[in-house]
Design a protein around this ligand. Structure first.
Ligand SMILES: NC(=O)c1ccc[n+]([C@@H]2O[C@H](COP(=O)([O-])OP(=O)(O)OC[C@H]3O[C@@H](n4cnc5c(N)ncnc54)[C@H](OP(=O)(O)O)[C@@H]3O)[C@@H](O)[C@H]2O)c1
Length: 311
């Protein structure tokens, strides 16, 4: 775990607070100016996190890049600084650690605090996904996915929220998935972890918004990353990680709570979520699961059905 300083930038002024009422106002502050904002990005070594780090550094943010692979983080940091214009004054700090370990969080936080005095925005973007049918649960894989997708988020909150509350300022970004909106085959473990994050983000917003802390929930559709590269089918409305990062920042600039993209895909899942049970379950089964004839009879040996894994 080695801190990596690159350049200096001035202290950031906190964004203007959003009003809680009337209800139609933006639920979060409008984050349009990232210059000098200290962002701790967990899951920054690849995919959406790496693209977000690059985009943020380009907009002048000071980004702590965290994940387990230090070499990959150093590469992302170097590429981000190279891509940023010299006027951006973005800065990076690489702090490699395993976000599922409480002791590792304590050490990482110590490193970040001694380097930059704290952070303004915590982005929980680490994720793990392995397709798994309900009758085929592998205990080790199940525990790993829950640890990375959910436990790490609680550890991140435990590590940072007290500080945000004490300062009356801060932001938490939880990267969930539209797979948490509807129960989809193959997302036996992944889907429930993302559903939990959706619930957690909502209760967090109620719990800490009054203390000056913004909470953003990010539900991406399909994005081309290491996580989805095992999918052997054509993923609908597939985005690049760069497009995903830009969509996230556009949502935060608008002060949104639920930030989901691309809308041409995610709106269908939001709509599906609100359909009556019979219709929703039938649609999901029709488009994702085994043919009707297989589904009616519970097989003792599951058929080798081709299903659509979740984003
Ligand atoms: N790609 C999609 O279509 C899609 C759709 C919806 C939601 N999402 C969500 O978006 C987030 C980013 O996923 P991605 O698609 O960009 O996947 P990715 O490229 O595989 O990135 C996952 C990141 O998580 C980090 N990570 C994994 N385990 C970790 C641990 N124990 N401690 C610290 N960091 C850890 C990885 O780094 P190390 O391996 O170096 O630790 C990597 O930086 C995930 O939460 C994912 O569920 C993705």
């Amino acid at each position: 775990m080695a801190p990596h300083f690159v350049s200096n930038s001035s202290e950031a002024a906190p964004p203007k607070a959003a009003h809680a009422w009337p209800w139609w106002r933006a639920p979060n502050r409008l984050r349009t100016d990232w210059r000098g904002q200290r962002v701790w990005l967990i899951g920054a070594s690849s995919g959406i996190g790496a693209a977000l780090a690059t985009e943020l550094v380009g907009r002048g943010a000071r980004v702590v890049l965290s994940a387990r692979s230090e070499d990959a983080l150093q590469d992302v940091a170097a590429r981000a600084l190279k891509a940023a214009s010299s006027a951006a004054e973005g800065e990076t700090l690489v702090v490699a650690f395993d976000a599922t370990e409480p002791d590792a969080w304590a050490r990482a936080r110590q490193t970040v605090t001694s380097a930059w005095g704290g952070v303004d925005v915590l982005v929980m973007c680490a994720g793990a996904y392995t397709p798994m049918r309900a009758w085929d649960i592998d205990i080790t894989t199940m525990s790993h996915i829950i640890d990375v997708n959910l436990r790490s988020v609680y550890l991140g909150l435990q590590s940072n929220l007290s500080d945000f509350r004490a300062r009356g300022n801060g932001a938490v970004v939880l990267v969930a998935s539209v797979a948490g909106l509807v129960g989809l085959p193959n997302a036996t473990v992944y889907g429930p972890t993302k559903a939990a994050l959706i619930n957690l983000a909502e209760l967090l917003h109620s719990d800490v918004r009054a203390a000056g802390i913004d909470v953003y929930l990010v539900n991406p559709g399909f994005v081309r990353t290491k996580l989805t590269e095992k999918n052997a089918f054509v993923m609908p409305a597939l985005l690049t990680p760069e497009q995903a990062a830009q969509a996230m920042l556009a949502g935060m600039a608008a002060g949104q709570f639920s930030i989901h993209f691309p809308k041409r895909f995610t709106l269908w899942l939001y709509a599906l979520r609100h359909l009556p049970d019979r219709l929703r379950l039938a649609i999901v089964r029709r488009f994702t699961a085994a043919p009707e004839s297989d589904a009616e009879v519970l097989p003792t040996t599951p058929p080798d059905v081709k299903t659509r894994p979740a984003p």
